[in-house]
Ligand binder design. Structure first.
Ligand SMILES: [Zn+2]
Length: 150
């Protein structure tokens, strides 16, 4: 399918070194629209919406921001920690506004699986249903999020 100029621009902004050092697509050769479509199909089978996942990540992030401790344990099940980094980052879909760069890491204490994300990742999931490309450092696998964080 032929891509619009806007879509080509977004795809270009997702390449390494444009907005972030590593880019948003990793080793994924698919167009970002196909990545989104495949993850949306996956979400259907998981029975969770992108919005529900974004809300959950935002909840963890907020708990961590509100805590004055270096790490917080929630419900004896999740350890949440935020590393505050200076600076802001833009959305590759060319939205107005900038997102805090602080990295929140949630670890499921039973499985020891960890997920790291910023405010931009929450926005990407909520507004664009975009979890990044396979092999991207910040790719969040919908199946793992649903399994480990709910
Ligand atoms: Zn956006």
């Amino acid at each position: 399918m032929k891509k619009t100029p806007k879509e080509l621009k977004i795809q270009a902004r997702m390449q390494p070194g444009v907005i972030t050092y590593g880019g948003f697509l990793g080793t994924d050769k698919r167009h970002y629209l196909d990545i989104i479509a495949d993850d949306e199909k996956k979400l259907d089978t998981l029975g969770k919406s992108a919005e529900e996942i974004a809300d959950r990540l935002e909840y963890f992030q907020q708990v961590s921001f509100d805590s004055f401790q270096s790490s917080t344990v929630l419900e004896d099940k999740w350890d949440v920690e935020t590393e505050v980094v200076r600076g802001y980052i833009a959305c590759p879909f060319a939205h107005q506004g900038m997102y805090r760069k602080s990295y929140t890491t949630v670890t499921n204490l039973q499985s020891k699986k960890s997920f790291t994300f910023t405010a931009l990742h929450i926005h990407l999931i909520r507004a664009h249903h975009f979890f990044e490309g396979k092999g991207s450092h910040f790719r969040l696998e919908p199946e793992e999020l649903v399994k480990e964080l709910f």
